[in-house]
Design a protein around this ligand. Sequence first.
Ligand code: ZN
Length: 266
Amino acid sequence: MKKIMLLWIGLALALMACGHDEQPESKQPDTDSPTEETAESNENNSNQDSKDINQSEEPAPEEEEIGPQLVLASEDPDNIHILVNKTHFLPDDYVPADLVVPNVPFPFEEFAEKKQLRLEAATALEALFQASKKAGLDLVAASGYRSYERQAVIYQNNVEKNGKKHADKFSAQPGSSEHQTGLAMDVTSAEMAFALEQTFEQTDEGAWLADNAYKYGFVIRYPEGKEAITGYSYEPWHIRYVGKELAKELYTRSLTLEEYYDLQQK
Ligand SMILES: [Zn+2]
């Protein structure tokens, strides 16, 4: 008799466990484990999930956790979540009010406009650089804030030198550069001779940056394989501050800012 009771209890527990496992298991890979492999398997999972979601009522309980909605550069340029790209322009006269020079290594000593970032991003960059130093790496900040006027000169020079098609691929039209937000910094290293090139990803500094920037609120804004979405070639050196929460979300789900806001609007 006792044996049968135990069997029943065992069976009941097993059934309960099965029912409960389903949800936490599907969420677990999203929270941590930021390796490439899991990012891929996440993608596969999320493909399956999206089919399931259509049939179940899953979106309802998640409503509380919804992150920032699309923040237009033209409407709220001071918001750290703003989307600036080839179709979302900043106002011509936008200059961040809280620009400072972060205390990080630059390839040159003298003051320059491009050494600056907005205060919140500058503080986060200092923390990022300190962590990279602890890891034995030597990151160098190359180029941060860029005014509308300076971007206009850069873009025009590029058009004159290489033609509009090439220029549009590699430099932004004035008003559409993230550097005007004061939230973006181009990062390089002495090993790269301070150049901004795709081979940066193969250096220890570049690899570390790709894996750790999100912990300090930054994302690699123009990832490999997302050129058609961002409108930019792969730039392993260009990091954009979006705050820790959103950075982690974008990193763990392998999303660009464009994809993230697209999903939020659906
Ligand atoms: Zn850049």
